[in-house]
Design a protein around this ligand. Structure first.
Ligand SMILES: NC(=O)C1=CN([C@@H]2O[C@H](COP(=O)(O)OP(=O)(O)OC[C@H]3O[C@@H](n4cnc5c(N)ncnc54)[C@H](O)[C@@H]3O)[C@@H](O)[C@H]2O)C=CC1
Ligand SMILES: C[N+](C)(C)CC(=O)CC(=O)[O-]
Length: 471
């Protein structure tokens, strides 16, 4: 049965949650009194729907519907997950939580997006505190997988377990924060860096753009894939973390930081920072900036996925979860996906090299289908491609839904010939075709040899079936 997520507060963060849940197949109900909420969520969903599927090689679940409703009660009645995303004010959050608990199922997870309140503060005066947990996401919620999951001592273990299960199922990484603390884990770092940056601008040391350059050309790239401690371990050279601490430990006593001091937000400081920020980025609208950010995040996350590293490993595993076995339709649908942004070139369309990738993925799916799967390859047997002929018939662009059908046109002994057609999902137009000739090999001798009997049998049966069906 379709699961229901209720999003209370559909601003920057609520909109991102709504998009992620809907793209993962959930029915979503949003309550937000802002008359502009529907337009804003529609725009966020437009951006999210373009990029989130680009992270996956697997087909996405059927999109859920997002419905704007007129009250909290309407949103939360019968919901499985409730995400409170109203402004960061404890009085508002208390009022909203009371209203939610007056109507939501007792077994639902009631999660708060709060950036800094402790769950026990949110639970203060609540009807059922055990149901409440913090699930603190990162903007954009539909692309960044982290959700800090913070229970208090009275949050029930069932709520925590259910929250972990659901966050994982929608492709997120629930980081269980075991002891509640103001601003959780990650926002402690963000606050520290933000405070330093404000001082640097206020003191006239650097502009907003220079600070952004210091991050994006340097340590920001390291943090994205190794975090802090692993990075510093490497920075300690062969002697590792101990050497790093011995060398840089004393600096902590030097005036390298102003961490405990906060610059006052005078009108002058706000004008200075807002003015510099306008000069740096004011030529772009918010949705353009979001698209720029999202395209870059997709490229970085796909790079990490290719390496099976950091957040990319998470997406790789989630991809495997989403991917089911192939059906037995003729011809076989071997690939269903969207064209990711990093597959396009300066002509603005999918680059020719990526067609090779796509058809190679289709062959790999077919191999798995006939039993020449990862275990078979690890045991020393595989197929190598000997020849590929691609015909490019129509353009395709980033974000377009495509699929590949595959027919076995020859399957005898060590020889396997495939006919792939790449099609556009919206009108089934054929965009490219590919004839691929593969030879079965032993990975030990690196020479051709017949497949193991069960694979040969499956290949022959498929070839006969495709020929019979006139495919
Ligand atoms: N913006 C960010 O970078 C992040 C924010 N958060 C947290 O997410 C929560 C929401 O923040 P944003 O989305 O940034 O704020 P926002 O201002 O963009 O959105 C808040 C929304 O709540 C709505 N709202 C106000 N009162 C309401 C009520 N009684 N019932 C339903 N909706 C109501 C407003 O109309 C608005 O659309 C906060 O707790 C914040 O700390 C968490 C992670 C990152
Ligand atoms: C600035 N902030 C404290 C609201 C940031 C967050 O809570 C997380 C994020 O997305 O950076």
């Amino acid at each position: 049965m379709t699961k229901v997520a209720a999003i209370i507060g559909g601003g920057v963060i609520g909109g991102g949650w709504a998009a992620r849940f809907a793209l993962m197949g959930w029915e979503v109900r949003v309550f937000d009194p802002d008359p502009e909420a529907e337009r804003k969520i529609g725009e966020v969903m437009g951006n999210a729907g373009r990029v989130l599927p680009m992270l996956y090689e697997a087909p996405m679940p059927k999109r859920g519907q997002i419905t704007l409703v007129g009250s909290v009660v309407e949103a939360v009645t019968g919901a499985d997950w409730i995400q409170e995303s109203v402004p960061e004010r404890l009085d508002i959050k208390h009022r909203v939580i009371a209203e939610i608990q007056g109507a939501c199922p007792e077994g639902a997870v009631l999660a708060s997006s709060t950036s800094g309140f402790k769950p026990s503060e949110l639970q203060d005066g609540a009807a059922r505190p055990g149901q409440i947990v913090v699930a603190h996401p990162f903007n954009p919620v539909y692309l960044l997988p982290l959700a800090e999951l913070v229970p208090s001592a009275v949050t029930s273990p069932e709520t925590v377990a259910r929250a972990k299960e659901i966050l994982t199922a929608i492709g997120m990484y629930p980081l269980h924060v075991r002891a509640e603390i103001d601003a959780h884990i990650a926002d402690r770092f963000l606050e520290a860096v933000w405070r330093e940056a404000l001082w640097l601008v206020k003191d006239g040391i650097a502009t907003t753009e220079e600070i952004d350059n210091a991050i994006r050309y340097g340590f920001g790239l390291r943090w994205a894939q190794m975090g802090l401690f692993e990075t510093y371990r490497v920075a300690g050279g062969e002697a590792g973390m101990r050497h790093f601490m011995a060398q840089f430990g004393p600096c902590l006593q030097w005036p390298w930081t102003k961490l405990t001091d906060v610059p006052e937000f005078t009108d002058e400081l706000v004008d200075l920072i807002a003015g510099q920020s306008d000069k740096q980025s004011g030529h772009m609208g918010i949705r353009d900036l979001e698209r720029l950010r999202d395209n870059n995040l997709v490229a970085i996350l796909r790079g990490l996925k290719q390496q099976g590293a950091a957040a990319g490993k998470l997406i790789l595993d989630h991809d495997a979860m989403l991917r089911g076995p192939l059906g037995d339709d003729v011809p076989l649908v071997t690939v269903r996906r969207v064209v990711p942004v990093d597959w396009t070139d300066m002509n603005g369309h999918m680059n020719e090299g990526r067609y090779g990738q796509l058809f190679s993925d289709a062959s790999e799916e077919l191999m798995t289908h006939v039993g020449a799967d990862r275990a078979y390859v690890e045991a020393g047997n595989s197929y190598f491609t000997a020849e590929t002929t691609v015909k490019y018939l129509n353009e395709t662009h980033a974000g377009e839904d495509i699929y590949v059908t595959t027919r076995v046109t020859r399957g005898e002994g060590k020889k396997l010939r495939l006919w792939h057609e790449m099609c556009r999902a919206s009108d089934d137009a054929v965009l490219a075709t590919c004839v691929q000739f593969l030879l079965h090999v032993s990975l030990e001798t690196r020479r051709s040899c017949p497949p193991l009997p069960q694979v040969l049998e499956a290949v022959e049966a498929l070839a006969a079936h495709h020929a019979e069906a006139g495919a």
